[in-house]
Design a protein around this ligand. Structure first.
Ligand code: TYD
Length: 171
């Protein structure tokens, strides 16, 4: 498998508002302008544990509970998100630039968040997508959201383990 370590990876999450507003295709089209490679993609039902770990840097903020509920889908009655990994040169800068500022009101109006985000009356920034902030966060987040076998390149060192697990299979 290729391992271009000079290249960067970023986690992208299309949040529940993006799914509810049917923006998935649009967002992926916008992100394709980066010419980056998608090396992993899946739909995820976000648990409270996953949301809390993902946003652990915000745990002391007054809006922490609201961002958890937002990511879990409680505000949109859409209990899923789409998680992807984009990979290539300057992946983080390129994707964050297309996404726009965290606050949709301050985001460039042609950016994804500027076009489709909003601030709710509760004060939550519904900003449609998540993009990792820096390589350290990207590594932490990618390892949190994906197993090595779900990613088609070797982004980070991994090891083989043998375990007996209960899983569903097709009947
Ligand atoms: P943060 O990690 O600071 O920004 P980003 O997602 O751009 O890296 O914030 C995480 C999410 O928390 C953000 O996408 C929306 C929400 N949020 C608010 O609702 N209000 C706020 O004041 C901030 C800073 C973030």
């Amino acid at each position: 498998m290729p391992n271009k370590s000079a290249d960067q990876a970023t986690l992208i999450v299309i949040k529940p508002d993006g799914l509810k507003k049917s923006l998935t295709g649009n967002i992926l089209t916008r992100l394709s302008e980066t010419k980056l490679e998608i090396v992993a993609a899946k739909m995820v039902r976000v648990s409270r544990e996953l949301a809390a770990e993902h946003y652990r840097h915000l745990q002391d903020k007054p809006f922490f509970e609201d961002v958890l509920r937002y990511l879990m889908g409680e505000f949109h009655d859409r209990y899923k998100v789409m998680a992807l990994i984009y990979w290539g040169e300057n992946a983080i800068t390129k994707c964050r630039s297309l996404a726009g500022a965290t606050n949709p009101e301050e985001a460039d109006s042609v950016s994804i968040r500027g076009s489709y985000g909003r601030i709710t009356t509760r004060g939550v920034y519904e900003n449609v997508v998540h993009v990792s902030a820096n390589p350290e966060d990207a590594q932490r987040e990618i390892k949190l959201w994906f197993n090595p076998d779900e990613v088609i390149v070797d982004l980070y060192p991994s090891k083989k383990v043998v375990e007996t697990v209960e899983k569903r299979e097709w009947v």
